[in-house]
Design a protein around this ligand. Structure first.
Ligand SMILES: Cc1ncc(COP(=O)(O)O)c(C=O)c1O
Length: 298
């Protein structure tokens, strides 16, 4: 006899004790909002204590070094060049920073797919309206037949006017892993920039962003990686960093410092932050990797 899944609750996992879940519910939707382990929330509280005990000292003397350490460890985890990685509170902000920075014109076409996440599609619409650039949408069927079909449907919409391609690494509503490595390679060969929305990828897929070669890649740490809410990153190729500004302009814009890139100076300070979310990322990578003998791969 077939089990009645509507009435049979799965057995409560032994790992459940590491999280704060209500034992009455079975939480599956880490794609909408991830869940942060209790030990990481405690670590976050420790960072907040450190900050509140000596606020000025923390921000002026400790903040950058701590941020750089978290940046190094996240970059190592996602295979990125740390010089290309900055923290942002969420993938939506990463997408906004890139799209709202670039100088599009009415000659330009911005290519995306019909699977694009609504919030990011809205950013594209906002930018297209302001610049008179044209949005082109590649129709990817669902269910899809093959990776080749995705590549084909996208590439047939590329034209000499295509300025940028915005595409999800993992689609939101349809849960597809797009073959972005092949797509990026084809677009790189044509000299077309790519903005990859990797909101769901960190913690779900093994990433090697340097090998992937996207011009811009943003990913969330607060979904499948289980970091505290408000932890994400944006990677921008070194040769494009002078173009990309944070959504919030602050002290970095006219800083005379030469010990850090303008990219870091601008993105690392967008007004007084609560950096505890970013600072917990190394701890969460370590913690989740320790739960099974095979580490992250398992
Ligand atoms: C594909 C995709 N992009 C972007 C986002 C936005 O993530 P956030 O709300 O953390 O900015 C989501 C959220 O589910 C998503 O699925």
């Amino acid at each position: 006899m077939k089990p009645n899944y509507l009435q049979t609750k799965p057995q409560y996992s032994a790992f459940g004790r590491y999280w704060m879940f209500d034992p009455e519910i079975t939480f599956l939707n880490h794609g909408a909002f991830g869940a942060c382990p209790i030990s990481i929330l405690e670590k976050q509280y420790q960072f907040r204590q450190q900050l509140e005990q000596q606020t000025f000292h923390f921000f002026v003397r400790e903040y950058e070094a701590l941020l750089d350490q978290a940046r190094q460890e996240l970059a190592c985890f996602v295979g990125a060049n740390p010089e290309e990685l900055v923290f942002v509170p969420n993938a939506t902000t990463g997408i906004n920073a890139v799209l709202r920075s670039l100088p599009f014109s009415e000659q330009d076409e911005l290519l995306t797919t019909n699977h694009e996440y609504n919030a990011c599609r809205n950013v594209l619409e906002f930018v297209a309206e302001r610049t008179n650039a044209k949005i082109i949408v590649a129709d990817i069927p669902f269910p899809v037949e093959s990776s080749e079909q995705i590549i084909e449907r996208l590439m047939e919409k590329v034209s000499p006017r295509t300025k940028l391609v915005l595409i999800d690494h993992i689609t939101s509503q349809t849960g597809l892993i797009f073959p972005i490595q092949e797509i990026i390679q084809k677009l790189n060969n044509l000299g077309i920039d790519t903005l990859i929305d990797g909101a769901h990828a960190p913690g779900m897929l093994r990433l090697n962003l340097q090998e992937m070669g996207a011009t811009y890649y943003t990913g969330n740490c607060h979904k499948w990686l289980s970091a505290p809410k408000g932890a994400a990153f944006l990677c921008v190729k070194l040769n494009k960093q002078s173009l990309i500004r944070p959504v919030t302009i602050s002290h970095g814009a006219n800083s005379t410092r030469s010990d850090r890139s303008r990219f870091f100076l601008e993105f690392d300070w967008t007004g007084t932050p609560d950096p505890s979310t970013y600072l917990c990322i190394p701890e969460v990578i370590q913690f989740l990797g320790s739960l099974l003998p095979g580490g992250w791969s398992e």
